[in-house]
Design a protein. Structure first.
Length: 291
């Protein structure tokens, strides 16, 4: 039996989201933008999804974008945080852990997840559960943060901590690489898996405002190996100095990079195109290249 890695403290994640719930609307710009980009993809698919799940719904931005789209008649909204779920207050809302989905096999025509999967400990296992929760030919559509996210903040804190404290602790959580995610979808049993990425850059007048936004979004570090005490003031101030020195533009503002990975995949269904069997091709690649 393979022991599950617990990279993330899920209890800490829930507490961070609980804490962020009341003032989320002041810091949810990234959730709003990524929800719009995610749901826009449904417009390119000419079919209806009567029963859908928004997994990790937070303040309900995906639900707002879905109004009148995709032929959705019933949308289940689920979140790890009871405070986040309570903020929505309308429709079918439930509190559940995305690592242990409480749904019967073949429940949904569509499962969406916006900026949520990067906090899952057993991502391959979670993907299998999502595929099982879909009906045959059901659609899975998700966005998550990729490995280049907050690269500037990572550099600033690493250098500051090494300089001031002569050591290093995980300040930001590890994130997935887009090159691995297509393979994970395939291993989980999905058909027609696609993983692509884009970069969103946000401009700040000060790195402290970025840190304030991350806390307000409930997106601060929950790595199990993280520091359990408050940062030293000297380390924090030095990190701000390094951030400004290394990354300030001509206008004095600093960028914050978010790598947005989007996953699209289908539960296997009888009407889907199938790859050809190996050796069944009638033309040689060499012949095509010769022309």
């Amino acid at each position: 039996m393979v022991e599950q890695l617990n990279v993330f403290n899920r209890r800490a994640l829930r507490l961070h989201r609980d804490r962020a719930a009341d003032a989320l609307s002041e810091h949810d710009f990234l959730f709003r933008e990524t929800a719009k980009r995610l749901v826009d993809r449904i417009d390119d698919i000419k079919r209806d999804f009567p029963l859908a799940l928004d997994m990790g719904c937070r303040g309900g931005k995906v639900a707002q974008e879905l109004v009148g789209r995709g032929g959705i008649r019933t949308l289940f909204k689920a979140d790890l945080s009871s405070m986040m779920a309570r903020k929505i207050g309308v429709g079918t809302v439930l509190v559940c852990d995305e690592e242990i989905l409480p749904f019967a096999p073949g429940s949904f025509d569509l499962v969406l997840s916006n900026l949520n999967l990067h906090w899952i400990n057993d991502l391959p296992g979670a993907l299998v559960q999502i595929r099982q929760a879909l009906k045959p030919d059901g659609l899975f559509l998700a966005s998550m943060l990729g490995g280049n996210t907050l690269q500037e903040l990572r550099v600033a804190f690493y250098e500051a901590e090494m300089e001031v404290e002569k050591g290093w602790t995980p300040r930001l959580s590890p994130l997935a690489d887009v090159r691995d995610l297509g393979g994970l979808l395939q291993r989980a049993g999905f058909a027609l898996p696609v993983a692509d990425f884009e970069t969103i850059t946000v401009s700040y007048d000060n790195p402290l405002k970025l840190m304030h936004d991350l806390r307000g979004m409930g997106e601060t570090n929950v790595n199990t190996e993280r520091r359990k005490t408050f940062s030293r003031r000297a380390t924090l101030l030095r990190a701000v100095e390094i951030y400004l020195d290394k990354f300030s533009g001509e206008d004095g503002r600093v960028p914050a990079t978010f790598e947005l990975i989007t996953l699209t995949a289908w539960a296997p269904g009888p009407g889907q195109p199938k790859p050809l069997k190996r050796g069944s091709a009638k033309n040689l690649l060499k012949d095509a290249l010769d022309h």
